[in-house]
Design a protein around this ligand. Structure first.
Ligand code: FAD
Length: 380
């Protein structure tokens, strides 16, 4: 029979939320081990926004300066009509975000952000190639079995295992997420190639809306050498079993051809582009049970249109760690209740707006999103 190791806390998944939880728990003095199914992580072609609300967590774990050094600092997030270029709304970022919301707003390559988070972790407690396959709740802990045959008995289990969470399935039963009816094309664009189309680097996020589709573009490096765009396009169905498939410049042209010259420039500069389905779940009625608790996409997956999915996962990690610090692991029931009470309304609001895809279609004050401070918000 396999030897069963006992550990204090198991974090399942070393994605953006799980890696944040691992660092925060470690700093707070907990003995947390993180189990990730992947053998390692690649620099997959995608960008991500990190808002000031999230940068406050990275400040806490000592990563703010490094991420701010790598990433681009947009001056604004503009929303524009995709054909005429008319400005529909704008959010000032840059120095304004620093002053008003208390931390920088950056856009960055997702792989660079994740690599920075992973490098921060204690490697003796980070286990790649561990795909969780079975969960048995016992009086003295949760018995976790991994596909590689290893077993651990964990005092607490944090499900940071994403939209197809095994922990969610254990708590709420098997249910596939719903296809939202939308896909996103993602491409990294070389700045020199973009310049050759007549466009130049702009230190801002641009979001172009057309009747039933949109495209957003921003830089992912501080020197502006790498640009990124992501679309939102309605389709009838998603037939592929893979999580993403190749698209092409021709397909982009067929969808966005005839748009504003800046959109056309992005398409002309495209060398390779992939397309991804967007999945949905409705807000869930249960965030924890017994020794199992969830965070991030496991708990509240959302369409990406507010650029806050990872933000919510990382905020969750911060608040959950604070709750456990306040109560101690023995009183996990109180900690989990406090965590859900503190987080549910905010995460549900962001999830609902993201899924409705109404963010920034009209002018609005984003202070409620960006000024939030997960390290200091009242726990209630
Ligand atoms: C096109 C697009 C653009 C986006 N842009 C932004 C943005 O700009 N800003 C933003 O904040 N968010 C953005 N998001 C959302 C963001 O990517 C997610 O919300 C975020 O990754 C959720 O973090 P997580 O840790 O909960 O899950 P994930 O990052 O998905 O991590 C889950 C981890 O768990 C592992 N895992 C899964 N099952 C198991 C298992 N059984 N055993 C062990 N490990 C397991 C997975 O391998 C993975 O590493 C975007 C999403 C998309 C699709």
């Amino acid at each position: 029979m396999d030897k069963i190791e006992r550990i204090e806390i198991a974090v399942i998944g070393a994605g953006l939320g799980g890696a944040a939880a691992a660092a925060l728990l470690d700093d707070a003095g907990f003995v947390a081990h993180t189990f990730e199914q992947a053998p390692g992580f690649d620099r997959l072609g995608a960008g991500i926004h990190i808002g000031p609300n999230v940068m406050k967590v990275f400040r806490q774990i000592g990563l703010e300066d490094e991420l701010a050094r790598i990433g681009s600092h947009p001056s604004h997030w503009f929303s524009r009509d995709g054909t005429t270029g008319e400005y529909l709304s704008e959010i000032p970022l840059g120095d304004y975000a620093l002053k008003e919301y208390g931390a920088p707003y950056i856009t960055i390559h997702r792989g660079d952000m994740h690599a920075t988070q992973i490098a921060r972790l204690d490697k003796s407690r980070l286990h790649f190639g561990f795909r969780l396959s079975d969960i048995v709740e016992q009086d003295d802990g949760v018995l976790l079995t991994f596909e590689n045959g290893r077993k651990v008995l964990a005092g607490l289990v944090i499900g940071a295992d994403g939209i197809n969470s095994v922990i969610r399935e254990k708590l709420l039963g098997a249910e596939r997420p719903r296809f939202s009816g939308w896909i996103g094309h993602r491409a990294l664009v070389d700045m020199n190639k973009l310049r050759s189309t007549g466009l130049d680097y702009e230190r801002c996020v641009k979001w172009w809306w057309e009747q039933s589709r949109h495209i957003m573009a921003y830089a992912t490096k501080s020197d502006g050498s790498e640009y990124y765009y992501v679309t939102g396009v309605p389709v009838d169905s998603w037939e592929h079993s893979e999580s993403f498939v190749d698209s092409s410049r021709e397909e982009m042209d067929a969808i966005f051809g005839g748009s504003h010259p800046m959109v056309q420039g992005l398409i002309d500069a495209t060398e390779s582009v992939t397309k991804w389905p967007f999945w949905n779940r409705d807000p869930m009625g249960l965030w924890s049970r017994g020794r199992l608790v969830m965070l991030g996409d496991a708990c509240h997956p959302m369409r990406p249109h507010m650029a806050q999915g990872a933000g919510m996962a990382i905020e969750d990690a911060a608040v959950l760690t604070r709750c456990l610090t306040m109560t101690g692991v023995q009183d996990y029931a109180t900690a989990f209740q406090l965590y859900e009470n503190t987080r549910r309304a905010r995460a549900t609001k962001v999830q609902t707006i993201s899924n409705a895809n109404t963010w920034l279609k009209d002018p609005e004050d984003p202070a409620w999103v960006y000024a939030y401070d997960p390290m200091n918000v009242e726990l209630n």
